[in-house]
Design a protein around this ligand. Sequence first.
Ligand code: C2E
Ligand code: MG
Ligand code: MG
Ligand code: MG
Length: 274
Amino acid sequence: RAKLDGRNSYAFYTESLTKESIEHLKLQSALHDALDKKNFHLVYQPKLDFVTMKTTGFEALLRWRDPVLGNVSPAKFIPIAEKIGLINDIGLWVLKEACQQGVKWISQGKKIGRIAVNVAGPQLQRTSFVDEVKLVLEETGLPASALELEVTESFMMSDPEVVIRDLQRLGEMGIELSIDDFGTGYSSLSYLKKLPIHKLKLDQSFVRDLPMDHDNAAIAKAVIALGQALNLKVVAEGVETEAQAEFLRESGCNEAQGYLYSKPRLPEALKDFL
Ligand code: C2E
Ligand code: MG
Ligand code: MG
Ligand code: MG
């Protein structure tokens, strides 16, 4: 891009090096050091069964605190990590860390259900992904029955058949598989039928303003009905109010996750849910 093409190059640089792209570059270079410098940690958010209100598991969520940049949201840095090829290393670290925490809780006699780990699109595309997961389970000692992987619909965009085969293998190991942010991506319903998955996570954008928002109410009900028809559990994300919870429970949604119950917390702060 630095190629000089006469007078236009000057215009190019002044236009492109905006405040935003400078911030982006700073984030990029800080991300390169973040793993080595141990600037990542995980927080966990409980998921609850809508009928019994018992904990069914915890979603592990990545946090990055940079000494200079401060706390950076994963919504911001995960896409950058994907773009610059760091997501595989980061994702593997998250998986190990979450599995270790699961083993720690189990060894303390806690019932944890499943620990859910988010998997980014590029991780799933790797041919070694299934073996990496297997190895982490072996090394940490977490039973596959205590792990859930959350994938997004983005993998549908390229080579879905290969990914479907890998998901199949992961499912056969006893790992539970869910589609995250369901309804916001590219799932075609014909693929959904073929996918070896167990759960749909209704995206929080559809949970907002339930039950007043009629469009969201219709979408939530439709996703729940789809889940029931395909024998998949449906989990609602971003549940913040009793009114939302009541509507979702009455509509047959299986599980809930959201600030109404708990925000994501450090492991020590989750005693009430274990
Ligand atoms: P996600 O996997 O859909 O995770 C749910 C997000 O919703 C989390 O944001 C969580 O803190 C937030 N949330 C939970 N309950 C509520 C609620 O009641 N209200 C609202 N407004 N928000 C709620 P977070 O932790 O900022 O993560 C954002 C996204 O970043 C995640 O969305 C996921 O896509 C990605 N992410 C986070 N950690 C990882 C990771 O370890 N690996 C990968 N690949 N992606 C990650
Ligand atoms: Mg998730
Ligand atoms: Mg989600
Ligand atoms: Mg989401």
